[in-house]
Ligand binder design. Structure first.
Ligand SMILES: NC(=O)c1ccc[n+]([C@@H]2O[C@H](COP(=O)([O-])OP(=O)(O)OC[C@H]3O[C@@H](n4cnc5c(N)ncnc54)[C@H](OP(=O)(O)O)[C@@H]3O)[C@@H](O)[C@H]2O)c1
Length: 399
């Protein structure tokens, strides 16, 4: 059918590339292009031999002209941006220049401010519309599948959804006292930021990790979880009719939190540049350099993830609750594609999002969040491509 250009060669990109190669009817050719070409070549060596033809290239995705030239040369139907959120706008600019569809998994963050929101990317809507191309924002698990779960609940089970709780549980153990399951810089910026949730048409702000709950997760067991700000709340508040409250919770173990607190207290999570031996360094970037690379956690991570959404609302005048979630096993992911479940649960939806655009199943020029399209084909694809979901019509609710 067509070609995809994958930008980045980290944990998530590796899974997406594997899944594209499993889906060679749609992805006849892929190009893996990233800052460090050796990583792209190492990935290609693992993937070669199947039906999908794999190319590699070196690219600095912040250089719009170079990236646009690469897109012109390779001629992909879609660019899947799996570098870091800092690159989003530059990759979108290159897609505009070349009239190519765009997919990512995380919304834009300026490198010098720990603030993530959709305003910068939504501002591209008219330009994408005029160019006749689609930008699909946040096609990972959360955001991504969680948005599709919301659209599915709205379409099939509710006249009005009043409350949404998104629960992200990682019950995995990698054996290190402290490591992050995806890019440490992005992960630590996310979890050390103040929390917030949406209630009655406005944001309610909290201190970082101020709100804690315990939940008994299918496949994992009881875990402590903490309320965080998360990007899908912003788009769901706009797109889910009648919604009054949206919260996002993520589980963290005691060891992770104790280490994080200590690192914060000594200033290691700061993004303010400091002078070190005659040069400026950013403490958080230095910390990333000494922490385990998330892409290497695969062989040693055991246990499961469980991510899903609990809904409360009304159907035919009666109150209704509904929980839809996926349970994913770290070791099964590793056996299949050589990565742990956090990369897997992000990389699979990125492939499916690209497939939705390439096959024309989801179409419409402009910039869109996942819940704005018909959820059914995506939900079917999740079952087919490794992220089957379960439903519970009488779930335990979070207070
Ligand atoms: N929605 C979700 O559910 C979800 C969950 C987890 C992660 N994510 C997102 O997924 C993305 C990838 O995460 P990851 O864990 O795979 O990160 P990662 O392992 O750090 O990989 C990032 C890759 O991007 C490359 N890169 C960085 N800057 C670049 C530039 N200017 N030009 C070209 N390539 C560049 C890096 O190159 P080097 O190899 O040279 O460093 C690396 O290969 C992140 O945006 C993350 O926020 C989303």
């Amino acid at each position: 059918m067509g070609k995809a250009l994958i930008i980045g060669a980290g944990g998530v990109a590796s899974v997406t590339a594997h899944k594209c190669c499993q889906n060679s009817e749609v992805f006849e050719e892929i190009m893996i292009a990233s800052r460090t070409k050796e990583k792209c070549d190492a990935l290609k060596a693992k993937l070669d031999g199947g039906k999908t033809k794999v190319h590699t290239a070196q690219i600095d995705a912040d250089n719009v002209d170079e990236l646009a030239a690469l897109i012109e040369r390779f001629g992909p139907d879609v660019v899947i941006n799996l570098a870091l959120p800092y690159q989003d706008l530059h990759v979108m600019d290159a897609c505009l220049k070349t009239k190519t569809h765009y997919v990512d998994t995380a919304n834009y963050e300026p490198p010098d401010t720990a603030k993530f929101e959709y305003s910068w990317q939504w501002a591209y809507h008219d330009r994408f519309k005029d160019a006749g191309i689609t930008a699909l924002l946040g096609s990972g698990f959360d955001p991504g599948v969680t948005n599709v779960f919301c659209a599915y609940a709205q379409k099939h089970y509710f006249d009005e959804i009043h409350e949404i709780d998104i629960l992200d549980c990682n019950g995995g153990d990698h054996g290190y006292p402290f490591a992050t399951n995806f890019n440490p810089e992005i992960n630590i910026r996310e979890v050390t930021a103040p929390g917030s949730y949406w209630e009655n048409g406005r944001w309610v702000h909290t201190e970082p990790m101020e709100i804690k709950r315990e939940y008994d997760f299918d496949g994992v067991g009881k875990k402590d979880m903490y309320l965080l700000h998360h990007e899908e709340i912003e788009s769901l508040a706009k797109n889910i009719r009648g919604v009054k409250r949206i919260r996002f919770f993520m589980t963290f173990g005691e060891s992770y939190l104790t280490h994080l607190r200590c690192l914060q207290n000594v200033g290691m999570t700061s993004i303010e540049p400091i002078e070190f031996q005659g040069q400026k360094i950013i403490p958080l970037q230095f910390l990333k350099a000494v922490l385990p690379d998330p892409a290497t956690l695969g062989p040693r991570t055991v246990g499961k993830t469980n991510i899903g959404c609990i809904f409360k609302g009304i159907k035919d005048g009666k109150p209704r609750t509904y929980y839809v979630y996926n349970v994913c096993d770290h070791q099964e992911c590793y056996r299949e594609v050589g990565s742990q479940a956090v990369s897997y649960t992000t990389g699979v939806p990125a492939m499916i999002g690209a497939m939705m655009l390439m096959t024309g199943t989801w179409k419409g020029p402009g910039v869109f969040n996942m819940e704005q399209f018909d959820p059914d084909p995506f939900m079917d694809a999740l079952n087919k491509w490794g992220l089957p979901w379960k439903e519970d019509f009488n779930p335990v609710l979070v207070d």
